[in-house]
Design a protein around this ligand. Structure first.
Ligand SMILES: Cc1cc2nc3c(=O)[nH]c(=O)nc-3n(C[C@H](O)[C@H](O)[C@H](O)COP(=O)(O)O)c2cc1C
Length: 186
């Protein structure tokens, strides 16, 4: 797909089925992610692949973390958390492992990881796969981060759900750039 067309036609796919990208396609997608701009070449991004049975284990991690946060909540809500990672055949957790000592501010390291996440989604889309960027409370929960092998100071910038679009994407209206672009004249 032509680059600009790919950029303009990307849309979130809430319904994702098998197959997920793997093998050479997944390598290309991850290489595209790691080609994002990155101040100081710190490579602050980390990509954790969660697929197959590991999705169920991530669901258990989410349900347990939810229980710690909401001990009185009905079981149905914990169960909902448990099911979340099963919404797609592959989840790529994109995190920024910030280097405190680096001269590059933390927000710029997070911005680089977010740029990597968007590159990843665009590359997946260009190869015919679908994706959806999700966060929610699990992205900020220290227990979830620990279970993923991340430090409390690391930032989860997204849980990228990936697979094959399970439904046709609605046609996308091009954004009205005039709504958020203005000329600065000094
Ligand atoms: C940092 C970030 C976090 C997001 N988290 C969620 C989320 O937890 N749940 C959700 O439904 N959408 C979330 N979204 C929004 C969707 O991924 C999507 O971008 C949005 O619904 C707009 O649709 P589009 O991607 O088709 O333009 C998030 C987007 C970003 C950039």
């Amino acid at each position: 797909m032509e680059a600009l067309e790919s950029l303009l036609s990307r849309a979130s796919c809430p319904v994702l089925a098998d197959p997920a990208p793997d093998g050479a396609a997944l390598e290309r997608i991850l290489a595209a992610a790691a080609s994002a701009p990155d101040h100081g070449r710190l490579r602050p991004w980390r990509f954790l692949l969660v697929r197959g049975a590991a999705r169920g284990r991530l669901g258990e991690v989410l349900a347990a973390a939810f229980r710690r946060r909401e001990p009185e909540a009905p079981e149905a809500l914990a169960s909902k958390e448990r099911q979340k990672p099963l919404r797609a055949p592959l989840i790529v957790v994109v995190a920024a492992a910030q280097r405190e000592a680096a001269k590059v501010p933390a927000i710029e390291q997070i911005a680089a990881a977010a740029a990597a996440a968007e590159n990843l989604l665009l590359a997946a889309h260009a190869l015919g796969f679908g994706g959806m960027w999700r966060t929610g409370w699990p992205a900020y929960d220290v227990g979830v981060k620990a279970a993923l092998g991340l430090a409390p100071s690391d930032s989860v910038v997204g849980f990228l759900y990936l697979g094959t679009p399970g439904q046709a994407l609605p046609p996308r209206a091009e954004p009205k750039v005039a709504d958020f672009v203005s000329e600065w004249h000094g």
